[in-house]
Design a protein around this ligand. Structure first.
Ligand SMILES: Nc1nc2c(ncn2[C@@H]2O[C@H](COP(=O)(O)OP(=O)(O)OP(=O)(O)O)[C@@H](O)[C@H]2O)c(=O)[nH]1
Length: 368
């Protein structure tokens, strides 16, 4: 939007600005402008037919032409020129309602176009999404109706002719569809943003594995199934060996590359139905849908896969992982106890020299 920022920066020494965030209502004047041009422009059609039938003088005609044709552009220009476009637009929205209501007595309360103008003006306020705006404009409309009514002596001819009915159709159809389409567009946008938020919540941004919170939910469900004896599962903790050294020698960016590459190995090797996540730092965790003996083979495949990783930009870089396995704890015990058991196994793998797998009973070191 080309309108000036709400507050101009004061003169003074150059400084680093915080990242700029779009102001929530910045696009309001342009959105409202389109609907105002459409609503007021189409509204002029039935108003003109009624004024013609009433043989109205120049005053009602001039006022109607100003309100329906000139005002939408003037309102936009005022909002754009304002230092605070949102405040200016909110004032314009009140004036919209006042103008629409003032046309009703000019039409001598011709039923269909009068109801239509009042409803469209109110619906427009609702569709701005500004809380309570439509309710607050109702008293302003009532006052406008009374003042214009007093000026016209409350002349009363509510009958709507067929010609006026036909002239009312465009605003009824086109404006209603335009508002509905705008609502649809907004709903789609919100749905996409909700989906993105959900993804951000479920997925670890660096590795693409499950986030810790999401993994915990999945693991608790798997533990429950195991404790109900409706499915085998084994917990596997994977920790990068001497990862701090990799960061210190090659930098955090390379460290991140290593974390991503190891996540790829985990994803590739873990059997279907596994839940793999990143617990944080250089630690991964997988619930495998298999018994301990099959899980040991998976763990060994991950260990070997990580050992075999090569990084084209750093051909000499090698990495390895230590792995700890644990069967589900007895009924009544929780995910916390399961993780602690896997952590104890992982500790044994580290103590046995790293780059190996350990479970409660055994440490499996690869043949080197
Ligand atoms: N590059 C990178 N480093 C991270 C990230 N999260 C944690 N780290 C680093 O990972 C390292 C973890 O080191 P530790 O687990 O304490 O120890 P280690 O060097 O892996 O040694 P052992 O686990 O005993 O083999 C720390 O230096 C953290 O700063 C991350 O997202 N990216």
């Amino acid at each position: 939007m080309s309108s000036p920022a709400p507050d101009a920066a004061p003169d003074g020494p150059a400084r680093v600005d915080a990242p700029r965030r779009a102001l929530p209502w910045q696009g309001l004047p342009r959105t409202v402008y389109l609907f105002r041009v459409l609503g007021m422009g189409l509204g002029l059609l039935p108003v003109s037919f009624v004024l013609r039938d009433l043989h109205a003088g120049w005053m009602p005609w001039a006022w109607s032409l100003f309100a329906c044709l000139l005002w939408p552009h003037l309102a936009f220009a005022l909002a754009r020129a304002s230092r605070d476009p949102f405040r200016a637009e909110r004032r314009n929205l009140y004036l919209d309602s006042i103008f629409a209501a003032s046309l009703v007595p000019l039409m001598q309360f011709n039923l269909l176009p009068s109801v239509l103008l009042l409803v469209v003006a109110t619906a427009d306020k609702i569709s701005t999404g500004i809380r309570g705006l439509w309710l607050r404009t109702l008293p302003a409309m009532a006052v406008a109706l009374l003042v214009a009514g007093a000026c016209t002596g409350f002349a009363w001819q509510p009958h709507t002719s067929m010609a006026v009915m036909l002239a009312s159709l465009p605003i009824l159809v086109i404006h209603t569809l335009a508002v509905a389409l705008n609502g649809y567009r907004l709903i789609r946008k919100v749905q996409k943003q909700n989906q993105r938020l959900d993804d951000l919540n479920r997925i670890d941004a660096l590795t693409g594995l499950q986030s810790r919170a999401h993994w915990q939910q999945q693991a608790e469900a798997a533990l429950h199934r195991s404790q109900q004896r409706t499915g085998a599962s084994t917990l596997l903790l994977v920790d990068v060996d001497r990862f701090k050294d990799i960061n210190d020698h090659h930098g955090h960016a390379v460290g991140d590359d290593v974390l991503r590459a190891i996540a790829d190995v985990v994803r590739r090797v873990a059997p279907a139905g596994s839940d793999a996540g990143r617990l944080g730092g250089d630690e991964y965790v997988v619930v495998l849908p298999t018994s301990l003996s099959l899980a040991e083979s998976t763990a060994e495949a991950i260990r070997a896969g990580v050992e075999g990783l090569r990084f084209p930009r750093l051909p000499s870089l090698r990495c390895s992982v230590s792995l700890g396995l644990a069967e589900p704890p007895a009924a009544g015990l929780t995910l916390r106890e399961w993780l602690e058991a896997a952590d104890r196994a992982l500790y044994r793998a580290k103590a046995a020299g790293r780059n190996c797998t350990a479970s409660r009973d055994a440490v499996r070191t690869p043949q080197r």
